[in-house]
Design a protein around this ligand. Structure first.
Ligand SMILES: [Zn+2]
Ligand SMILES: [Zn+2]
Length: 147
């Protein structure tokens, strides 16, 4: 990943109605195998880059769906109101941050996943990079802890 803090990245949904721009580098890029990500995305895991909310701007009509996570946090998923592409996630346990689904970037090649979470729910057919650190569930770290 680049360490240039003036980095700008753009992306959007499948139909083009929602477009976004980010500045800076993500706090973390993670694969998530939780059941909700599997159901929402229809795949074995989601992959997201977490940015400070202030570093993300978007345009276009979106829909939102909020559900309580296992540990009682409100997880809000944002998707294009027209084509349904899943774009962003927010977690009430991590205020001020927004996770962008990596596949929606125009060019996701500068990003590299650093960690896998909810590995306990990984399906046998969803083969992952064994070298990535994996957590059974959501680790206790906070993205602003400076680690
Ligand atoms: Zn769309
Ligand atoms: Zn998840």
């Amino acid at each position: 990943m680049s360490t240039d803090t003036t980095d700008t990245h753009t992306g959007g949904c499948l139909c083009g109605a929602v477009r976004y721009e980010t500045s800076g580098t993500p706090h973390i890029v993670a694969h998530c195998h939780c059941e909700d990500c599997q159901r929402f995305g229809g795949a074995g895991h989601s992959t997201g880059a977490m940015f400070s909310e202030a570093c993300v701007q978007y345009d276009g009509a979106v829909g939102e769906y909020t559900k309580l996570s296992e540990n009682g946090n409100q997880v809000t998923r944002t998707f294009c109101a027209k084509c349904g592409s899943s774009l962003f996630g927010r977690n009430s346990g991590m205020q001020g941050f927004l996770t962008i689904n990596l596949g929606t970037f125009d060019d996701s090649s500068p990003f590299a996943p650093q960690v896998t979470v909810f590995a306990r729910n990984r399906k046998g057919w969803d083969v992952m990079d064994e070298n990535l650190p994996a957590y059974e569930a959501q680790p206790a770290w906070k993205p602003d802890s400076g680690d």
